[in-house]
Design a protein around this ligand. Structure first.
Ligand code: ACM
Length: 264
């Protein structure tokens, strides 16, 4: 199964421009054979908001909003699954840094994840996620979703892997330099594929690091993006490798866990 990241440069508060830019890259990824396509965190709105009002002006309901409708349409047209980060406003007006999961005809809108570990000034605008970590069954594979800074908490990916994820879709807006080095190890620890779709560019003096990364259950870096260009990468994921938690005939990294000795 082929998986893809889209590394792009969203324009702050310019939702329509961002959707049409994403459309071009989704088409490119689909033409290269990707079945699962991951877009960055907040791909439609940009990231470095000044105020809660600014977020409020671009956030939408999920699934009853234009961004989710756009993603559903893209997934239908190209017969792909898409995981994409977006700003969500719930029916009471609360804001979440969320990700939407959609699939082709017969799947449509599949669900959402609300970022659990908010980074820095996100705490001023968004509510912390309250839906838990969820694994989406796309038939051929199980896909766990987490957003950017969630990676800093190994429990996030561990929870998704223990819930059966073979692939971790990781929409991101990374600003610290560590994740491209850490993600292959997270993939190794959990024997999963990871697809980190990061963004590039600068917003109000905040620079994003690019270097979107696809890592294998053996900690191989299968694709890595540049630091400053928009790019699409498509690679083959061998799901058999992600299903096998044995690293030799005597060690199964899930069965060998000793949770009775771990701090909660
Ligand atoms: C981040 O969580 N966007 C750094």
């Amino acid at each position: 199964m082929k998986v893809a990241y889209i590394q792009m440069k969203p324009k702050l508060l310019e939702v329509h421009k961002n959707l049409s830019r994403a459309e071009k890259f989704i088409q490119e990824a689909a033409e290269k054979g990707a079945k699962l396509i991951v877009l960055p965190e907040l791909f439609d709105t940009g990231y470095n908001f000044k105020s809660r009002d600014e977020v409020d002006s671009v956030a939408m309901q999920i699934p009853d909003g234009e961004t989710t409708e756009f993603l559903v349409e893209q997934a239908r047209e190209h017969e792909v699954f898409i995981v994409a980060g977006t700003a969500e406003k719930d029916e009471k007006g609360k804001l979440y840094n969320s990700a939407v999961v959609v699939g082709p005809i017969g799947w449509g809108y599949m669900g959402k994840y609300r970022k659990i570990h908010l980074f820095y000034r996100e705490k001023l605008f968004f509510e912390p996620g309250n839906l838990g970590f969820h694994v989406f069954n796309i038939g051929i594979a199980k896909v766990g979703v987490m957003i950017c800074f969630d990676w800093f908490f190994p429990e996030a990916m561990r929870t998704l892997a223990l819930k059966g994820a073979h692939i971790i879709a990781h929409p991101s807006n990374l600003v610290m330099p560590y994740a491209p080095r850490a993600m292959p190890i997270r993939a190794l620890e959990n024997r999963v594929y990871t697809v980190t779709a990061n963004r590039v560019g600068e917003e109000r003096g905040l620079r994003f690091i690019g270097k979107s990364t696809i890592a294998s259950p053996k900690a191989e870096v299968l694709a890595v993006g540049s630091e400053d260009r928009e790019e699409v990468a498509v690679v083959e994921a061998n799901l058999q490798l992600a299903r096998n938690k044995k690293i030799n005939e005597l060690n199964d990294i899930f069965k060998d866990r000793r949770p009775e000795y771990y701090a909660l």
